[in-house]
Design a protein around this ligand. Structure first.
Ligand code: HEM
Length: 138
């Protein structure tokens, strides 16, 4: 279950990091040009966490035999990579809507990962059999 706990920690950090991005963008668009540096630094943090999350999700898949965290994490990592290059290119027609979708995606994944038990399909330790109440045959 350690891998499940690590995944919960990583998705929490991911959500915390990504919600800062529209805030920095908004400060920048209000005329404080320093905020673009914060937004660019935030972009490096967010995408690094996204790639780390893919690695942790692979471990969860292998150890807990649970595939959906991996597929969701991979989808988000791809979306955030596109988001990164769209930001660098100044393609705001793509960057702003994709930013909204990726933040929604991370929030949905955060809820799913915290809501569902991450026991997965891994075999659980067998329970000890109840001692029989029946008197033993003589
Ligand atoms: C709703 C969320 C977001 C909004 C509204 C937003 C908005 C913006 C804006 C207005 C710019 C400046 C573009 C320009 O001046 O041409 C920008 C740049 C950028 N954004 Fe975002 N962004 C968001 C989320 C993200 C995320 C999640 C990432 C990372 C995956 C990211 C990565 C970048 C990068 C790398 C730049 C270029 C920075 C630079 O020129 O140094 N953004 N963004």
């Amino acid at each position: 279950m350690l891998s499940g706990r690590v995944l919960r920690g990583v998705i929490s950090a991911h959500l915390l990091a990504i919600v800062g991005q529209p805030v920095f963008a908004g400060v920048y668009l209000s005329g404080d040009f320093d905020a673009l540096r914060w937004h660019a630094a935030g972009a490096n943090v967010v995408t690094s966490i996204a790639y780390l999350q893919v690695i942790v999700a692979v471990v969860v898949w292998v150890r807990l035999r649970l595939a959906w965290p991996f597929t969701m994490s991979l989808g988000l990592a791809i979306a955030e990579t596109v988001q990164y290059f769209a930001g660098q290119d100044g393609a705001l027609w793509l960057h702003i809507p994709l930013g909204v979708f990726t933040i929604a995606g991370v929030a949905i994944q955060f809820i799913r990962i915290w809501q569902q038990p991450l026991r997965g399909l891994a075999p659980q330790p067998a329970e000890a059999p109840e001692p029989s109440q029946e008197p033993a045959d003589a």
